[in-house]
Design a protein around this ligand. Sequence first.
Ligand code: SF4
Ligand code: SF4
Length: 311
Amino acid sequence: MEEMISKLKEKYRVFAPKRFPNGSIRYGEIDSLSEIVVDEKSHFSPKEVYLPIVQTVFYFENSHCAESKLEDDREILIFARACDINAIERLDTIFLKNGGNEDFYYKRLRDKVNFVLIECKDSFDSCFCVSMGTNRTDNFKGILRDGKIDMESEPIFVSENKKSVTVPDIDESLVKDVFELEYWRSFDENCAGCGGCTAVCPTCSCFDTIDVIYSETSLDGERRRVWGSCMREDFTAMAGGHNVRKRAGDRMRFKVMHKIYDFRQRFGETHMCVGCGRCGERCPRDIRFSDIVNTLADKVKQLKAEGGAGV
Ligand code: SF4
Ligand code: SF4
């Protein structure tokens, strides 16, 4: 198997969920299939492979500017579960189809990505992929099975989860009422605004751009793209101190509505959330996205019955 990976590494950078020295299970390059953690869900998603946490987009020197280059030009092979493979299609929508322009920095890595499927024989406690329709995929080149890569067999997918989620059916006439629900105010206190949930989410795509100047007196430096989080208070802070989403509940509303309403309204077909459940596991306040969506579904039902807000 070691030989197989070293052969693969001639053509691919090979990434899989592995345990790091601090105990965290994250995506990293592997030298052996035995490094892959398959019996636990990774704490972080594979998105950091094709959407790096920090990415230099260009370098500047006085008035000259030079595009960053990929340090390694090999193809990329990622061992991933069905939900995470589906998640890359959500990011494709954001970075390749949104606004009619393809994002160059995303595309140059994305075009190299190939998947090997990690089968989920049983789903983990917090997963709700079946409710989100992301428990299956055909976007893989092989299956990780019995410690090797199987190119022949049919994949096994889960067909039920312990958690199920009802995504509320919100028609446009109800959006304002949903926006004004008192429910969102409960997160003003409960949510710490740490952004942990968005860091582990395979479909969160917000980033910030920062310029790094190499020294106080130089005109040389680089522009970097760095993951951002709509859950953090400074995300919508503007010059002059104005902030459109100052309260944690407003930010929660924005995130939840993006995941299960806005994305589909704008792009059609799927919702953004793939039901991986990582956000709830990461949250220091035990806020579960699945619970929020189910509560919202109840409230929307009630709104429809009552024909107004106030629930
Ligand atoms: S369950 Fe949470 S972390 Fe997973 S895709 Fe949905 S919002 Fe993102
Ligand atoms: S991880 Fe929890 S506390 Fe932190 S921003 Fe997300 S929902 Fe709020």
